[in-house]
Design a binder for this molecule. Structure first.
Ligand SMILES: Cc1cc2nc3c(=O)[nH]c(=O)nc-3n(C[C@H](O)[C@H](O)[C@H](O)COP(=O)(O)O)c2cc1C
Length: 301
């Protein structure tokens, strides 16, 4: 009997749907699949209020994990494969996922192959680097990563993602595409599940290597990577400044959070088109750089 642990957090359902599509072909009489949601105390709201949304930026960016909600997972239990479904919050793994890694339950990853499944708008590279570090600190072995981005590209996502977060609505609006990850991209994940089913004898091999990297699990949009590289320094600076003013909910940090919102409103609409223009010049270098930590990276720009 092979044992798979599907650990995840999901708000709008993008991550949960992605995992369902991935895992469906893996079902077999000799495969036990255990679903284990992760949550925090208190829970993060969905849909979000504007203040709560921006107020979690300093903790997400700075790696200040909240309290993990009790979960029925024995850290000493062993699995052949862990599939970790997570999302990006402010260029970082979401806070519930950070809470899991800060808790003793993360020991469940020790010595086990981990496959990461990420959903995000467009900016995931810093978060993926952080996740890789978190898995490695928990002595897990991250062999493969799948990254799914929202439909409609960077500029559309700049409008559809906040709408989804603050209203919970993902339907098409005028010229804007629907919000969140496209259904077609989610359905296409079954190719990874089929491969995993075919390779189940390799799941717990002693020196685990990539199993799905030839199936194009990550598409790199060089313009989005470039834009992200440009926003990382100011975001990290503002996160530190906000933490100096106080913890979550402290009104003293509101001016810094407003500065952050101002940066998004003023800086991003200029930065996104500028990155699109510059991307062709640095595309190859960026893709090579990302490929060092991510098997199966494919350049789509
Ligand atoms: C608080 C918050 C911050 C976010 N920050 C980012 C970000 O920095 N980069 C990005 O690409 N997406 C970001 N997103 C978008 C989510 O990663 C994306 O909507 C994902 O599909 C959510 O998956 P879920 O609905 O299953 O939780 C953010 C979402 C939230 C709620």
């Amino acid at each position: 009997m092979k044992r798979v642990l599907v650990l995840y957090y999901s708000q709008s359902g993008d991550v949960r749907s992605a995992l369902e599509a991935l895992v469906a072909p893996m079902r077999a009489p000799d495969v036990e699949i255990r679903w284990q949601p992760v949550d925090t105390v208190p829970r993060y709201p969905f849909p979000w209020g504007a203040h709560e949304f921006f107020d979690c930026m300093p903790e997400a960016v700075g790696g200040h994990a909240p309290q993990l909600a009790p979960m029925e997972l024995n850290p000493g239990e062993r699995f052949d494969l862990v599939i970790l479904g997570w999302q990006v919050w402010f260029l970082s793994p979401s806070l519930p996922i950070q809470a899991f890694f800060a808790a003793p339950q993360a020991q469940v990853l020790r010595g086990t192959r981990v496959i990461s499944v990420t959903c995000c708008r467009q900016m995931w590279q810093r978060a993926h680097g952080t996740l890789r570090e978190l898995v490695s600190r928990a002595d897990g072995v991250l062999t493969d990563s799948i990254v799914l981005t929202h439909q409609g590209g960077s500029l559309a996502g700049y409008l559809t993602a906040p709408r989804l977060m603050i209203t919970g609505r993902r339907d098409k609006l005028g010229l804007l595409p629907a919000g969140g990850v496209a259904c077609g991209d989610i359905d296409a994940l079954s190719r990874f599940g089929q491969r995993l089913r075919e390779t189940k004898d390799r799941w717990s091999e002693p020196q685990p290597g990539p199993m799905i990297s030839d199936l194009e699990p990550v598409e790199v949009n060089a313009a989005a990577v470039l834009a992200e590289l440009a926003v990382i320094p100011p975001v990290v600076l503002l996160a530190r400044l906000a933490r100096l003013c106080g913890g979550p909910g402290n009104p003293a940090r509101r001016p810094v959070l407003w500065l952050f919102v101002l940066m998004l409103v003023v800086f991003l609409p200029v930065l996104l088109p500028a990155s699109a223009v510059l991307a062709p010049l640095v595309r190859r270098r960026l893709t090579r750089r990302l490929a060092r930590g991510l098997p199966g990276v494919r350049d789509v720009t």
